[in-house]
Design a protein around this ligand. Structure first.
Ligand SMILES: Nc1ncnc2c1ncn2[C@@H]1O[C@H](COP(=O)(O)OP(=O)(O)O)[C@@H](O)[C@H]1O
Ligand SMILES: [Mg+2]
Length: 524
């Protein structure tokens, strides 16, 4: 009872704030809704702020972002997460929400100190010298600068006090709202709001444990050890806990400070390429990438190297997904839309009930116009928007990790274009994509697969004679006719025979394969 009241109180407060920005039931979507909701929408719009200071009429996504900014952390996360789902909320809204600023007033230094002393059970003076006030504050954590006892400069990220309780309460309210929304109509049910909130909650839980962020940074640092143009801060593990992350301080300037870049002798064109290369190499070759590569998390150190910070949101693509993705891109590059369509179907991205040829036609509609254009005129983000349109037509369920990849791609493209407006994204991406395709589906990969399959086949080879016996016995039994008296017995016998036949076929195939594979393997 108390929970329900508190949930509704939270929702009403949030609703009031959203209404003030006409972001609760925006005018632009109201006409899709049933009459009572339309009427409620009209009411909530009274007195809502729809234009910005310079008189520009705000789009729904901009209004939503404005409303979320400064709300409690869970809403900021909700906004950021919605930005990663253009498949649900539409591309423009997602793009507008993607610009949501995660800035918050800092909490007092004394509270950060208390958190640190509680985490390590020692007074601050025993851990750090020169512990600064907050230098950056966002919805979940804030960052301080300090010096270790051995003289090393560090950045110390501390979670906001009581953030977990706050986030849990908000999520309980979200879940309640999601259940209500899901029950409204078949259309709202299709949007799966309950699952959406559950996924968001799982993602937020990861961000609320800074040891996960530390581990992500350390893994990325290992991956990029041989890439001298990039720098990832070293983690100071003894001073890292669930609520505190200590990492090497990187003296650096923001990537948007072009004067500082020039002073450090950084060629912006080269830097733009580096950013794209790092991102694509990590995503397509290693399957592990920084998925929050906006300007605020990219800096340039004293030696002109690109420094990455903030490892709260990372993307992963397993080998199979990488292969599928590489195949899709390959299909596009070679204009083989039928093949691209088939890959989507085989991977289960598009329901089997859809027509593969019609899907190929949709892909052609996206792909063909690109070929006549100068590459620097083609925005990846526009192409993605069209792809999303096609996939929506075909009831395609987007895999969250692919959506995160695509979204990061759009962010990276924006950062790169800000540095070099003339950058040719495709030319920069092509060698990496080609290498990824070769790695995923090229001869070397096929050879590895063949070796693995050969080994498997050889492992089962000794069993073959035994199976031949079983099959012979089964055939004899089948030839003699069913001896069973009752129907269930008969069913069982038939079922057993069916199983055996399948097993027989499988092993016959395997035997053939052993031979073929052994021959091939011998040759290579
Ligand atoms: N290791 C570091 N060295 C120097 N500055 C850092 C370091 N880590 C973070 N910062 C600064 O603190 C800001 C916030 O850190 P970040 O990890 O991005 O936190 P948030 O998740 O709150 O965005 C960064 O934008 C950067 O300016
Ligand atoms: Mg950040």
């Amino acid at each position: 009872m108390f929970d329900a009241l508190s949930d509704f109180a939270r929702l009403i407060a949030a609703g009031a704030r959203l209404s003030r920005h006409d972001a609760l039931i925006p005018e632009e979507v109201a006409h899709h809704l049933p009459a009572p909701a339309r009427a409620a929408g009209a009411l909530t719009r009274l007195g809502a702020r729809k234009i910005d200071a310079s008189g520009h009429r705000l789009r729904p996504g901009e209004r939503l972002a404005a409303a979320f900014e400064g709300m409690s952390p869970a809403y900021v996360k909700l906004g950021q997460f919605m930005a990663t789902r253009p498949d649900i909320i539409g591309f423009d809204m997602a793009a507008d929400l993607g610009r949501l600023q995660d800035k918050m007033p800092p909490f007092p230094r004394a509270e950060a100190v208390a958190e640190i002393e509680r985490a390590f059970q020692k007074p601050l003076d025993a851990l750090f010298d020169d512990f600064s006030g907050p230098i950056a504050a966002a919805s979940i954590a804030q960052v301080h600068r300090a010096r270790l006892k051995d003289g090393r400069e560090v950045a110390v990220k501390v979670l906001r006090p009581r953030i977990e309780t706050e986030v849990t309460a908000e999520f309980r309210a979200f879940a309640r709202a999601a259940r209500l929304i899901e029950g409204l109509s078949p259309a709202t049910k299709r949007m799966e709001p309950v699952r959406f909130i559950e996924t968001l909650q799982a993602a937020a839980a990861l961000e609320l444990d800074l040891r996960m962020e530390a581990a992500a940074a350390s893994a990325l640092k290992d991956d990029l050890a041989d890439t001298p143009s990039v720098r990832i801060p070293e983690i100071v593990w003894p001073l890292t806990a669930r609520r505190v992350l200590t990492l090497e301080w990187i003296e650096a300037s923001p990537i948007g400070d072009f004067a500082a870049l020039a002073a450090k002798g950084v060629d912006r064109k080269v830097l733009a390429r580096t950013i794209i290369e790092i991102f694509l190499t990590q995503a397509l070759m290693k399957g592990f990438f920084h998925a929050d590569m906006h300007q605020g998390n990219l800096m340039i150190d004293g030696a002109g190297r690109l420094a990455l910070v903030d490892f709260g949101i990372m993307g992963r693509l397993d080998e199979e997904t990488r292969r599928v993705f590489a195949e899709i891109i390959h299909g596009f590059i070679t204009r083989d839309y039928r093949r691209t369509a088939k890959v989507h179907f085989d991977a289960g991205y598009v329901p089997k009930t859809q027509s593969i040829d019609a899907f190929a036609q949709g892909l052609r509609a996206v792909g063909e116009p690109l070929f006549g254009l100068a590459a620097d005129k083609v925005d990846m983000s526009r192409v993605l928007q069209q792809l999303f349109d096609v996939t929506a037509l075909f009831d395609m369920h987007l895999r969250p990790e692919l959506v995160l990849l695509q979204r990061t791609m759009v962010t990276v493209e924006g950062v790169a274009r800000a540095l070099d407006p003339e950058i040719n994204m495709w030319e920069t991406a092509a060698p990496i994509v080609r290498a990824a395709i070769a790695e995923a589906i090229g001869p070397r990969r096929q050879l590895e697969k063949l070796r693995a399959a050969t080994q498997k086949a050889l492992d089962i080879a000794p069993l073959l004679p035994r199976y031949v016996e079983i099959i012979a016995a089964a055939s004899a039994q089948a030839a003699a006719g069913p001896s069973a008296e009752t129907a269930p017995d008969l069913a069982r016998t038939l079922e057993r025979q069916g199983r055996l036949t399948r097993a027989a076929l499988w092993f016959a195939g395997a035997a053939g394969f052993v031979l073929a594979a052994a021959l091939l393997a011998g040759k290579i």
